[in-house]
Write a protein that binds this ligand. Structure first.
Ligand SMILES: Nc1ncnc2c1ncn2[C@@H]1O[C@H](COP(=O)(O)OP(=O)(O)OP(=O)(O)O)[C@@H](O)[C@H]1O
Ligand SMILES: [Mg+2]
Length: 373
């Protein structure tokens, strides 16, 4: 049976905000409510400073919505206003318009306490191996002795549950979520928290709140570096992350094909716009190394990423070969950097990690200006 959105609002209207005594619906605290195939999702937005203490209210809202006939699951994401000075009468509508993405860089966001550096692994194009590189880079940075966290910023297509074979749910103490530890690194993904088809229906505001929560309300500290596995593309979602997260720099992943390189340039341009330094470009699926005869074949061409990096005057961080073992170990949740630490593939990730670690120590270099033809 289908669930009526209004029925969910009616149920939530019975939940009273303990501070004001008024209904959460009347106060426009419920944002971005979506219903699909019995799955309900919404944001519970509370005034600034009330984030931590509002967890019980969030639970009540979830329980009330779950009581509506036909509802199979409910996810309520808690978010607090950032701006104390925000006028309450600004929120008259249940659905707020998407925040306008400006081309001007806003002031750099504040850092995360106890986390020294946050870096993004990104690309313009999907499927070039961002998640594979992010996981193996994180594990290799940990092999170098750094305290490492890995955050899956891909809400619509989380990869970490599969890549690290994680099926358990993170524990919460009511205020913070505890990251799940694997192979010595701390990890968090929306895929640990909700079922795949639940997050798929979320719209802009919920995605943003979920990301903010995974960043701010997870017990990451102490960390030397937090690696962000970015979603594919250079749209609003990516731009918002680049603007809102205090990034120390970005690693751009590209395959050697021209088409991927064009997208890599777009990725670089996006970080330029937001004044995030480019730590460098890595060429993934660089050469195919035949598992039988050991000979290398340049299936997608070779060296394109190095050329592009040189042209754009950003560092070239190295090549990762196209090796069946990389995919197999990823699929089985045992990344090559831990399952075959002495292999050539693991060594190439370790070399990448050394370069990234070194670039974190040097001062941020101003991003070069790029014009996309
Ligand atoms: N160097 C490699 N050798 C062999 N297979 C690889 C290599 N890099 C990535 N893959 C495989 O390619 C596929 C895509 O990789 P991955 O999921 O890391 O890409 P992505 O850029 O994160 O994708 P998306 O844009 O969907 O997030 C996976 O099946 C992965 O195992
Ligand atoms: Mg990915």
């Amino acid at each position: 049976m289908s669930v009526d959105r209004d029925d969910v609002f009616k149920a939530l209207d019975q939940v009273l905000d303990p501070v004001s005594g008024r209904s959460v619906v009347q106060q426009d605290m419920i944002q971005g409510l979506v219903v699909k195939d019995g799955h309900v999702g919404f944001v519970l937005e509370v005034p600034a400073g009330r984030g931590a203490q509002s967890e019980p209210l969030r639970k009540i809202c979830e329980a009330m919505a779950l009581g509506v006939k036909g509802v199979k699951s409910v996810t309520a994401v808690l978010t607090a206003h950032e701006d104390q000075a925000q006028a309450p009468h600004e929120h008259h509508h249940r659905e707020r318009p998407k925040p306008a993405v400006t081309r001007q860089a806003p002031p750099p966001p504040a850092g995360l306490p106890g986390v020294k550096h946050i870096i993004a692994v990104a690309s313009g194009k999907g499927g070039v191996g961002k998640s594979t590189v992010a996981v193996n880079l994180a594990l290799s940075l940990s092999r170098l002795g750094l305290k490492v966290g890995l955050l899956d910023a891909d809400i619509y297509g989380p990869s970490l549950p599969r890549l690290l074979n994680i099926t358990e749910k993170p524990q919460s103490d009511g205020h913070t979520l505890l990251p799940i530890e694997r192979h010595g690194i701390k990890t968090m993904s929306i895929g640990f928290l909700v079922k795949e088809d639940e997050a798929m229906i979320w719209r802009g505001p919920m995605v943003q709140s979920a990301l903010t929560q995974m960043l701010n309300d997870v017990a990451w500290a102490p960390l030397d570096v937090l690696v962000l596995d970015m979603p594919p593309g250079t749209g609003d979602a990516q731009l918002t992350i680049a603007q809102r997260v205090p990034l120390k720099g970005a690693v751009i992943v590209s395959t050697p094909q021209d088409i991927a390189l064009i997208d890599a340039k777009k990725g670089i341009a996006m970080f330029n716009k937001t004044q995030v330094p480019i730590l460098g470009v890595v060429e993934n699926m660089s050469m195919f190394v035949c598992p039988d005869c050991g000979s290398a074949h340049a299936i997608f061409g070779h060296g394109g990423a190095r050329e592009t990096a040189e042209k754009l005057r950003v560092p070239f961080l190295g090549e990762i070969a196209l090796v069946p073992r990389i995919r197999e170990t990823s699929d089985s949740g045992q990344p090559v950097s831990v399952s075959a630490p002495d292999s050539a593939e693991a060594k190439s990730f370790l070399d990448l990690a050394k370069q990234v670690a070194a670039s974190l120590e040097t001062a941020a270099r101003p991003a070069p200006k790029i014009v996309i033809e």
